[in-house]
Design a protein around this ligand. Sequence first.
Ligand SMILES: N[C@@H](CCC(=O)N[C@@H](CS)C(=O)NCC(=O)O)C(=O)O
Length: 202
Amino acid sequence: MIELYEFDISGNCHKVRLLLSLLNISYQSIELNRTEREQKSAEFLAKNSFGQVPVLKDGDLIIRDSQAILVYLARAYGEEKWFPNDAVQAAEITQWLSTAANEIAHGPAALRAHHKLGRAINLEAANQITQNLLNILEAQLAHKDWLATDNLTIADIAVYPYIALANEGKVDLADFPAIRKWLGRIEKLDGFVSMAGIELQS
Ligand SMILES: N[C@@H](CCC(=O)N[C@@H](CS)C(=O)NCC(=O)O)C(=O)O
């Protein structure tokens, strides 16, 4: 059975839980002890030398990084639409996977880590990245139901958690109606799972 090494409060882990659930894949959750920094233990570093979650284990295969895990699950277990073979569509999706690893990590995810967990960050820079990102997302979603293609893809799953958790970073989505409608579309999907901290749209 697939194993997911994770933290329950992690948005990066949530995107993997969400895709596993949407694909109806059963798995075993292995919650690491964050306060004891189990992610830096020798045993876990053997699975991911970066000492971070999520890590997915499928048989002998071990994959780190939430974006890479979404790609693997989509290709190994999902229908074509999740991460198509078409070169243009694959590139359009990958643009958003990169945005999840960069602007989202340094914007809304960093603000949440600061306000919820007390992490020291450059607040001004994180707020600026976040506002720019939200403006770009709003413009993209003003004329599209889904971020990358005409279908729900792993781009939407990669971006969803830290936008849905923006409130925990003291980010207000009131001025972003297209983003809020998109969050609502994801939350209505069969198999959607939420996590603590997400204020559902509806
Ligand atoms: N690019 C990685 C980032 C992973 C990451 O930042 N994981 C955090 C939890 S969300 C973590 O394990 N932090 C603990 C640490 O760095 O010690 C991904 O998308 O999976």
